[in-house]
Design a protein around this ligand. Structure first.
Ligand SMILES: Cc1cc2nc3c(=O)[nH]c(=O)nc-3n(C[C@H](O)[C@H](O)[C@H](O)COP(=O)(O)OP(=O)(O)OC[C@H]3O[C@@H](n4cnc5c(N)ncnc54)[C@H](O)[C@@H]3O)c2cc1C
Length: 292
């Protein structure tokens, strides 16, 4: 049995697990194929690259995402401590400067004496398979949704399944010039909630700050027009490798809308957490756009 643990993949999961093992005094060999080979979505040579949204979602303790992050802080998570140190304004959410985030995580991993980073694709041209590796010691596979084809085949053969899926939905981009700021307003959802350990004066001051999100309030008629346009809109043609299978946890907006006229206004466009400053009432629906 080898005296180290093998971690394959130096993304978010691989870095967290490698660091946790190493800080417990156990040696780690961390295999990361970059910069020798890049997946279609990875560009940076750094570890823990964030490929899409820079938001880690809510920091509030009143929802599961916020609680999970707080638990990770208690467990001395490397990624959350780095994320907190490079956070950017995003209301009650934890969003990060992605370049700084990956750079600092890479430095922390590389300066840890118990971690050896090896830039190599596992399942590539070499003959070593994960099946052989697991016979010699503990192997953690953290190669993410864009695991290379050869490694995917090996995982499929070990697990006896040919169904390894990755679901994604592209975020729509709204150009700022197209937004009528006479109607839209800046505001962060749930700013009225006090954060953990937040002083009452700090909380009051925060209420007067300009929010990080632009919100587009709609009345009943506007919402119905929006819904009609959305469900009848032209959609992107799928690539040959894409299958039209829907993951309930990350669903395209137009698919959600097609489930019923009220689905969006009880879901991502729910008009709660703030009021329309023009009327001081909640609107029928609020479409929130994250500013970049
Ligand atoms: C286009 C796209 C958009 C996404 N958008 C979001 C989003 O908005 N929000 C969200 O929460 N999640 C999003 N995801 C999912 C996102 O990938 C995960 O949240 C997160 O990155 C998963 O972390 P991970 O460590 O599992 O994988 P990754 O961060 O992908 O890390 C895996 C690492 O393994 C390496 N690797 C792969 N195969 C091998 C191999 N054979 N040998 C050695 N190294 C290998 C890769 O180079 C990579 O560095 C998106 C993913 C993609 C691809």
């Amino acid at each position: 049995m080898k005296d180290y643990i093998t971690v394959i993949g130096g993304g978010l999961a691989g870095c967290e697990v490698a660091y946790k093992i190493a800080t417990n005094g156990i040696k780690v060999k961390l295999y990361e194929m970059k910069p020798v080979k890049f997946s279609p979505a990875h560009y940076s040579e750094n570890l823990a690259e964030i490929v899409c949204s820079n938001s880690f979602k809510s920091n509030l303790h009143t929802n599961a995402c916020g609680l999970l992050k707080e638990e990770l802080r208690f467990l001395n998570s490397l990624l959350i401590s780095v994320a907190d140190s490079v956070s950017v304004p995003a209301g009650q959410a934890l969003a990060v400067d992605r370049e700084k985030f990956s750079k600092i995580v890479t430095e922390k991993i590389k300066e840890n004496k118990n971690i050896e980073v090896i830039n190599k694709e596992i399942g590539g041209n070499d003959i070593e398979t994960i099946e052989q590796m697991t016979k010699e010691g503990i192997v953690i596979i953290a190669t993410g949704p864009l695991t290379t084809d050869n490694l995917s085949k090996q995982i499929a053969s070990i697990t006896g399944t040919d169904k390894l899926y990755f679901y994604d939905a592209a975020a729509p981009i709204v150009s700022k010039e197209s937004i009528n700021m006479g109607i839209a307003f800046y505001g962060d959802r749930y700013t009225q909630e006090r954060a953990k350990n937040e002083d009452i004066e700090e909380w009051k001051k925060r209420q007067n700050k300009i929010g990080s999100y632009i919100n587009l309030p709609m009345n009943k008629q506007e919402y119905e027009n929006f819904w009609n346009e959305l469900v009848n809109a032209e959609v992107v043609e799928l690539h040959k490798f894409e299958k039209k299978e829907i993951f309930e946890g990350c669903m395209p907006l137009e698919v959600m809308a097609k489930r019923g006229i009220d689905t969006l206004r009880f879901g991502p466009l729910k008009p709660v957490g703030f009021t329309d400053p023009r009327t001081r009432y909640a609107s029928i629906c609020t479409c929130t756009v994250k500013t970049r």
